[in-house]
Design a protein around this ligand. Structure first.
Ligand SMILES: [Zn+2]
Ligand SMILES: [Zn+2]
Length: 369
C-alpha cells in the first residue's frame, strides 16, 4: 500500500473516533399553538435549571410562567420522557415516548416544544412511523438508510424557524422513539451511519412512495428536476401489494371541472377501458396532465385510465400504485426483502447508480476538499 494511502486510512480511522454522533433538533408542534404541557420523566432522570427531576415525576409548564427557553436535560442515554398537551396533535400524543432533551420556548402567546435527540434514536421513530410493525429486517435496514439520508440532506429545511426538522409529513413523521419492534434497533446497528450519495458525492434525495404500480417514474416528471438515480425502473415485485390496484368513481360534473373545454370533452370521453398509464389525457390536440387530475380528484396515483359509466352520470377511474412514484417503492422493497434480497440489492434496484457510504466517511472526504 502506498504511504499516502496509509496516512489517509489512519486519518480516517482517527476522524471516525473523534467525530461525535450526530444530534438533531426536531420541532414537535410546528403548526399548532399550545399554551400548556406536562412533562413526565419515565426512565432515568432529568435536570431543569439545576433541579433534579426523578423518575415518574411530572412538571407542568404554562406559557405565562416562562420567559427564557427551558431545557429538560436527560441524565444518561436511557432517560425517556413523555409529554401531555390538551391540543390534539396527531404526531404528539401522550403515549409517545421520547429520548434526549426537551427544550421549551415561548413563542408569541404559546409554547414551542423541541426534542434534541441522537440521530439514530430519531431514525428509529421515523422508521416505525413510515414502515409500521412486523416488517422483514432487510426492509427495516432499507428504510433506515433512506430515512437517515433524508434527515441529513434536509437539516437546513427549517433553518429560518430555528430548528432542523419538523415531526410531520413535510419532513418525516416522528412520533417519539420506536416502541414496537426491536428489529428496527437491530437494523440501525446493522447499517450504522450508512447513507446514500450520488455520483457527485452529495447526499442523495432518497425519495420513496408506497407502491409504484409496476413502474417507478422519473423525478423530472414530478418535480421538474432530473436526478440520475431517480429514473423510471420496471418493478414486478409490488404486483401483489395492497396498494397495487385501485378504483374510484367520480361524478361526471366533478370530472368535467378538470377540463375547460366541456363540449369537446363531452363528445370524446371513452366508454371502454384504455391502457392504464401516466400519459396525459389528450382530447383532440388539447392535453391535461394526470398530475393535475390526481390533485383535483384526490387520486392515489397518476397511473390510471377512465371511462364513462353506463348511466353517463359518473366516470370510473381505474389505477395502479399509491404515491408520487419516484424512487423506492415500499411494497416492492418489502417483497424483495421477503425473497431474501439484501438491503444493498434493494436500494440499487430502485436508485440506479447510487453509492452507499458512511456519513462519517463522507464528512471526512468533504473535509479534505
Ligand atoms: Zn418540516
Ligand atoms: Zn413497485
Amino acid at each position: 500500500m502506498k504511504k499516502g494511502r496509509v496516512v489517509c486510512l489512519i486519518l480516517l480511522v482517527f476522524f471516525q473516533l473523534v467525530v461525535k454522533s450526530e444530534q438533531v433538533l426536531i420541532c414537535l408542534n410546528p403548526t399548532t399553538q399550545i399554551t400548556e404541557c406536562t412533562f413526565t420523566s419515565l426512565n432515568g432522570s432529568y435536570k431543569k435549571a439545576g433541579l433534579h427531576i426523578t423518575q415518574k415525576k411530572q412538571v407542568v409548564i404554562n406559557h405565562s410562567d416562562i420567559h427564557l427557553p427551558i431545557t429538560f436535560k436527560a441524565q444518561g442515554e436511557h432517560a425517556r420522557f413523555k409529554i401531555h398537551t390538551s391540543s390534539r396533535i396527531r404526531e404528539l400524543k401522550s403515549s409517545n415516548i421520547y429520548s434526549g432533551n426537551l427544550i421549551i420556548k415561548r413563542v408569541g402567546g404559546g409554547l414551542k416544544l423541541y426534542n434534541k435527540i441522537e440521530l439514530d434514536q430519531y431514525i428509529s421513530g421515523v422508521v416505525e412511523a413510515e414502515s409500521g410493525k412486523d416488517q422483514p429486517t432487510n426492509f427495516y435496514q432499507v428504510q433506515t438508510i433512506i430515512s437517515r439520508t433524508y434527515a441529513l440532506a434536509n437539516l437546513r429545511k427549517h433553518e429560518d424557524q430555528g430548528y432542523q426538522l419538523c415531526n410531520q409529513v413535510h419532513c418525516q413523521v416522528f412520533k417519539g422513539v420506536a416502541r414496537h419492534s426491536n428489529d428496527i434497533y437491530k437494523a440501525i446497528e446493522q447499517t450504522k451511519g450508512l447513507i446514500l450519495i450520488d455520483t457527485n458525492i452529495e447526499v442523495a434525495h432518497a425519495a420513496f412512495h408506497s407502491n409504484c404500480g409496476g413502474f417507478t417514474t422519473n423525478a423530472e416528471e414530478v418535480w421538474s428536476y432530473p436526478k440520475h438515480y431517480l429514473e423510471a425502473v420496471k418493478d414486478t415485485f409490488c404486483h401483489a401489494g395492497l396498494q397495487y390496484h385501485w378504483q374510484k368513481t367520480v361524478d361526471f360534473s366533478r370530472w368535467e371541472t378538470l377540463f375547460k373545454h366541456d363540449s369537446i370533452y363531452d363528445a370524446s370521453i371513452p366508454t371502454r377501458d384504455s391502457l392504464i398509464s401516466r400519459e396525459p389525457i389528450c382530447i383532440d390536440s388539447i392535453c391535461f396532465s394526470k398530475k393535475q387530475a390526481r390533485s383535483t380528484l384526490h387520486l392515489r396515483s397518476t397511473q390510471f385510465n377512465y371511462c364513462l359509466q353506463e348511466d353517463s352520470t359518473s366516470v370510473l377511474i381505474t389505477g395502479r400504485g399509491f404515491g408520487h412514484g419516484v424512487g423506492l417503492c415500499q411494497e416492492g422493497a418489502i417483497e424483495m426483502s421477503k425473497q431474501n434480497y439484501d438491503y444493498r440489492s434493494i436500494l440499487k434496484h430502485y436508485y440506479k447508480g447510487i453509492k452507499i457510504i458512511s456519513y462519517k466517511d463522507l464528512k471526512f472526504f468533504q473535509h479534505l476538499e
